[in-house]
Design a binder for this molecule. Structure first.
Ligand code: NAD
Length: 267
């Protein structure tokens, strides 16, 4: 038996070429949704979409830099044309640059503001425009923004990143209020993933060592596990299942929340 049922739904996953985005795309497809993978990494994104297609999923790839308004217009149009609709957006693309507050570089912070805040905001804008009753897709839907446990705890070396993820959290709540009150038929929620050993998660662990906050990577990881009541790191499937849940009808009365998927680290 399938864990979730999203048959007949049409999803766009940003940053879907690898890591959590690729896992979420696979989980959406497993639940029966058609899935468009969107990323700045074209070759990798096409490969990931190709792998999904081999499982029998209806899928495709579209180039999308989430900081570009015209890319968003093209990606939404491509999703509707290729998949036949657009009712799920996973706003997952994000970047993290580790630095102690005393070392924050304006350029790194501006990049994170651009991808993590502007990118997420443009995603909601174009999803709302397409999904609301008078939009090109017109059937309402669900948006899941990927925030972070970093928005809920104070973890040294990621102040700037944590600020961008707190912004994602706050934007989620305001967007959900607008979408509900203005009759768009779109629910908007966010996830707070705990640390997962993706490219980003592994780099954070080695950055913490380079900064001098842990003697080696196992100690850096052990420190996170030590702060986690369930006693392990998260994995891609943990995050993917939670994202898919928020898109299903089982979550039909849930909007404007942040769901921790962190083994209890942020509680
Ligand atoms: N891995 C973790 O421990 C962790 C924890 C909490 C939250 N998150 C969040 O989860 C999301 C996914 O993280 P991940 O671990 O899979 O990272 P990752 O670095 O492995 O993958 C990120 C993906 O986003 C894409 N991307 C980057 N900039 C983009 C842009 N401008 N436009 C479109 N795509 C872009 C990359 O090409 C890549 O495919 C991010 O928002 C991240 O902040 C990750």
């Amino acid at each position: 038996m399938k864990k979730f049922d999203l048959a007949g739904r049409h999803a766009l996953v940003t940053g879907g070429a690898q890591g959590l985005g690729a896992g979420m795309a696979a989980a959406l497809a497993e639940a029966g949704a058609a899935v468009m993978i969107a990323d700045v990494q074209d070759a990798k994104g096409r490969d990931t979409a190709g792998e999904l297609a081999r499982t029998g999923a209806k899928t495709g790839f579209t180039h999308l830099d989430v900081t570009s308004e015209s890319d968003w217009e093209d990606a939404v149009a491509a999703t509707i044309a290729k998949l036949g609709g657009f009712d799920i957006l996973i706003n997952n693309a994000g970047i993290e640059v580790t630095a102690l507050v005393i070392d924050i570089e304006p350029e790194s912070l501006r990049k994170m503001l651009d991808v993590n805040i502007l990118g997420t905001c443009l995603g909601m804008k174009h999803a709302f425009r397409a999904m609301r009753p008078e939009g090109a897709a017109g059937k309402g839907g669900a948006v899941v923004n990927i925030s972070s446990v970093a928005a809920t705890i104070a973890f040294p070396s990621i102040a700037a990143y944590s600020g961008t993820k707190s912004a994602v959290d706050r934007m989620t709540r305001v967007a959900a209020a607008e979408a509900g009150r203005l009759g768009y038929g779109v629910r908007v929620n966010c996830l707070y993933p705990g640390l997962v050993a993706t490219e980003m998660g592994l780099k954070l662990a080695s950055d913490i060592v380079a900064i001098g906050l842990a003697p080696d990577v196992p100690a850096a990881v052990g420190n996170v596990i030590g702060q986690t009541p369930l006693g392990r790191l998260g994995n891609v499937e943990d995050m993917a299942d939670a994202a898919v849940f928020l898109c299903t009808d089982a979550a039909r009365f849930i909007t404007g929340i942040g769901l921790p998927v962190d083994g209890g680290m942020g509680s």
